[in-house]
Design a protein around this ligand. Structure first.
Ligand SMILES: [Zn+2]
Length: 392
C-alpha cells in the first residue's frame, strides 16, 4: 500500500514522510482515531515507504523488491498482529481456516491478507470477525500471541532496513499480552518499528500510552470522502454523494455501508412501484408473471428485504392517508409515489395486506417455492388494493 492509495489525510501523510526524510522515525507509534479512517492504511504505507529502496519525493516507488513484497503482504520482515479467536464450529463460508485451541494471528494469515486486499487497507473490526466466523465471540490478542510476537522480532531482519510489527486494534490485547508488548517497546530489538493501531485511548494501558508517540488520525476530510464515494459508485448523483459523505462523517466503512443500504432501498422501491401498478391494473396477468419470474430468482434474504420494505411502505401510506404526516419517514424519491398511492391503503384493507406480507416472510424462511408464493401474494394484493375504503 502506498500513500497515494490513501483517502485524504494529506497533512498527516506529509508529516510521516518528513519524519523519514529528517531521519527521526520514532520506534513505537500509536495511530489513534475512531472508525475506519485510514489508520491501518497509513501505518502500512509508512512502513512500506521507510523500507522502500527507491523512495520517491512523496511516496514509495511501488516497484522495488521491498515494495512488491509489501504489496503482497509477504515481506519476511513485516509482521501483523490482530484480534482472533477459535472458530472450530463456524459455518462461515468466507474462511477455510478452523482453529480449535490457542488462536494466534498466524493461523489466520491467509484470511487476513485476503481481507486487507478486499477492503483495500480499510479494515473494520466486526466485519473481520464475520470473515473468520467468530462474530458471536470477542476477538482478542492473547498471551500466546504476544509470545509469538516477541519470538519473531528477536531475529535479525532478513532483508529490510527495519523489521516492522503492525498491531491492529491493540485495545483487544489482554493484560498479559499488553505487558509483553510494553516490555518490547521499552527494550526494542535492533532496527524494529512497532506501529500500534487503536480506536480508543481509554482502553489502553497508561504505561503503553506514555511510551509511544501518538499519531492522532482525524476523520477523512468531507471533500475527499465524496471523491471516494463517487469513484466507488459512479451512478450516484452529486446530491446523493453529499448526503452519504455527510452521514458517514469521515468514515470509509460507514460510507460503504450507507451505499449498500441505499442501493438496496432504491431497488426495493422500484420493485414495489412496479408491483403495485401491476396488481392494480386490470388484465396485467402477463406483467405479473414476468415480475414474479424476476423476484423468484432473488436470494431469500433479498426477497425478505423486499417484503419488509413493502410492509414499511404500507405503514407509511396509512399514516400519510390519515393525515399523520409528522410520523412519516420517507425519502425524497419515495414521496411523490406515496402521495398518489396512499389513498389506496385504508383501514379496511391494510390489516389484510399486512397479514399476507407477514405470512410471505414466514414462508420464505420456511423455504416455500418462491414463484408460487409471489404469484399468490400478487393475486391477493390485487383484490385487496381494489377494495373500497369504509369511508367511501
Ligand atoms: Zn520501493
Amino acid at each position: 500500500m502506498q500513500f497515494k492509495d490513501i483517502i485524504g489525510q494529506d497533512a498527516l501523510k506529509m508529516r510521516l514522510i518528513n519524519s523519514v526524510k529528517e531521519n527521526r522515525i520514532s520506534h513505537a507509534q500509536l495511530f489513534l482515531g475512531k472508525g475506519t479512517i485510514g489508520k491501518f492504511a497509513l501505518a502500512f504505507a509508512y512502513a512500506q515507504y521507510i523500507n522502500c529502496t527507491n523512495k520517491q519525493e512523496n511516496d514509495s516507488c511501488g516497484t522495488c523488491s521491498s515494495c512488491r513484497k509489501y504489496a503482497a503482504m509477504s515481506h519476511p520482515d513485516l509482521f501483523f498482529s490482530y484480534p482472533v479467536n477459535t472458530n472450530k464450529n463456524t459455518t462461515s463460508k468466507t474462511t477455510e481456516t478452523r482453529v480449535s485451541k490457542d488462536p494466534v494471528s498466524r493461523d489466520f494469515i491467509n484470511d487476513w491478507k485476503n481481507y486487507i486486499d478486499e477492503v483495500k487497507g480499510y479494515p473494520d473490526l466486526f466485519q473481520w470477525y464475520q470473515k473468520i466466523g467468530i462474530e458471536n465471540k470477542q476477538g482478542l490478542i492473547s498471551r500466546e500471541e504476544s509470545r509469538k510476537i516477541v519470538q519473531q522480532l528477536q531475529y535479525k531482519a532478513v532483508e529490510a532496513n527495519f523489521k516492522v510489527l503492525i498491531v491492529w486494534m491493540v485495545e483487544k490485547m489482554n493484560d498479559v499480552a499488553s505487558n509483553a508488548l510494553l516490555k518490547l517497546i521499552e527494550e526494542p530489538p535492533d532496527n524494529t518499528l512497532i506501529f500500534l493501531i487503536a480506536n480508543e485511548r481509554e482502553k489502553l494501558l497508561p504505561t503503553i500510552l506514555s511510551r509511544v508517540q501518538v499519531v492522532v488520525v482525524p476523520p477523512i476530510e468531507d471533500i475527499k470522502l465524496q471523491d471516494f464515494i463517487s469513484d466507488f459508485n459512479p451512478k450516484l448523483s452529486q446530491a446523493e454523494i453529499r448526503d452519504i459523505a455527510n452521514l458517514a462523517a469521515g468514515d470509509v466503512f460507514e460510507a460503504k455501508e450507507i451505499m449498500n443500504d441505499s442501493t438496496e432501498l432504491r431497488e426495493n422501491f422500484d420493485l414495489f412501484v412496479e408491483w403495485m401498478r401491476l396488481c392494480y391494473k386490470k388484465g396485467s396477468l402477463e406483467g405479473i408473471k414476468t415480475w414474479v419470474d424476476k423476484v423468484s430468482k432473488f436470494g431469500r434474504e433479498k426477497q425478505k428485504s423486499f417484503l419488509n420494505y413493502s410492509l414499511r411502505m404500507l405503514r407509511e401510506s396509512l399514516l400519510l392517508n390519515y393525515g399523520k404526516d409528522q410520523l412519516v419517514h420517507i425519502m425524497l424519491h419515495e414521496e411523490s409515489f406515496l402521495i398518489k398511492f396512499a389513498p389506496f391503503i385504508h383501514l379496511k384493507n391494510a390489516p389484510d395486506i399486512q397479514k399476507i406480507l407477514d405470512l410471505g416472510i414466514y414462508e420464505i424462511e420456511r423455504n416455500v417455492a418462491s414463484a408460487s408464493l409471489f404469484t399468490d401474494l400478487s393475486l391477493q394484493m390485487s383484490i385487496l388494493l381494489k377494495m373500497d375504503s369504509a369511508e367511501r
